[in-house]
Design a binder for this molecule. Structure first.
Ligand SMILES: [Ca+2]
Ligand SMILES: [Ca+2]
Ligand SMILES: [Ca+2]
Ligand SMILES: [Ca+2]
Length: 298
């Protein structure tokens, strides 16, 4: 039977779906000549460049996997920016000419970012809304306070060299505070210099890198600093790590291809290791530096 008339309805506009990252690792690389942010799959394949303007690093996923915060010097000095997971819709949140704002981390509800700024003359942790409003300073110690990471329970881990009681130098320790800046506590409390805390997805553990003797390796500890366990034992330096969404795997950078006897300033590559330790799996094979891997929340 042949229809006698054809009626074509006006197409209903379909909203463009917001890009969402699923099981992606964002990282920074100098493979294009300057630092840019890329995505890859957890096996190292499917590399995609997200940024191209200025120098960009320190990517951090929003809890819904739709946005990345990052540090960019495209406007002259370091500022906190956000962009969608496909690199579109770039926005500057901090706008602080003359000071460096860097290393953002998202609140569990995705409404705020904590970051490091030296706008007071020394490094402190600040919080700002994702719309750029509500700037608030959380630390005021004249020591260097940096590298914040926000847990799912709402605590903020950071690095501070304010306490000399564990050795006689200004070596940094891992601190934890509430997200209003109260209850600042040294949780690593040992003679080693400790850097770059990152909460496990369930907030029960913190991975960090520690300078022990002449090596720089990954350790995990419980949120209160107990149960400290060494995960890697590499001759060359290990850099900041992040967790897979299931908490079973860590992704991190490691100095690779070093001349014999040299521990750092070689070629950083990105690797994974089980969160209980063991053999490393190498993900990048680029003569340029690759670092700062962060695993999407799902
Ligand atoms: Ca700035
Ligand atoms: Ca400070
Ligand atoms: Ca220490
Ligand atoms: Ca490399």
């Amino acid at each position: 039977m042949t229809p006698t008339a054809t009626f074509t309805p006006t197409a209903t506009p379909t909203p463009t779906p917001e890009p969402v990252a699923r099981n992606k690792i964002a990282f920074t690389s100098r493979r294009s000549g300057v630092a840019q942010i890329y995505l890859m799959d957890p096996d190292g394949s499917g590399v995609q460049q997200l940024t191209s303007e200025g120098e960009n690093e320190a990517a951090a996923w929003s809890p819904d996997g739709k946005w990345l915060a990052f540090t960019s010097t495209r406007d002259g000095d370091a500022e906190i920016y956000v962009m969608r997971a496909d690199g579109s819709d770039v926005r500057n949140l901090t706008r602080s000419p003359g000071s460096d704002d860097e290393d953002a981390t998202w609140s569990p509800d995705g409404q705020r970012l904590a970051f490091t700024s030296d706008r007071s003359g020394h490094e402190d942790i600040y919080v700002i809304g994702v719309d750029g409003s509500g700037l608030r300073r959380l630390t005021t110690d004249p020591a260097q306070d940096s590298a914040a990471d926000w847990s799912v329970q709402g605590q903020i881990a950071f690095v501070s060299d304010r306490d000399d009681s564990y050795n006689d130098r200004d070596d940094p320790e891992i601190y934890v505070m509430d997200d209003d800046g109260s209850n600042q506590q040294n949780v690593s409390r040992d003679v080693a210099a400790d850097y770059y805390p990152r909460w496990s997805p369930d907030g029960s553990q913190i991975v960090f890198k520690s300078h022990v003797a002449s090596s720089m390796d990954l350790f995990v500890m419980d949120a209160d600093g107990s149960g400290k366990t060494r995960l890697t034992d590499e001759f060359t330096y290990v850099y900041a790590a992040d967790w897979s969404p299931d908490g079973r795997t860590l992704v991190f950078a490691l100095d690779t291809d070093c001349p014999t006897g040299q521990r750092s300033n070689c070629n950083r590559e990105i690797y994974t290791v089980a969160a209980t330790g063991g053999a490393l799996t190498r993900l990048t094979f680029e003569p340029a530096e690759d670092w700062g891997p962060v695993w999407s929340p799902e």
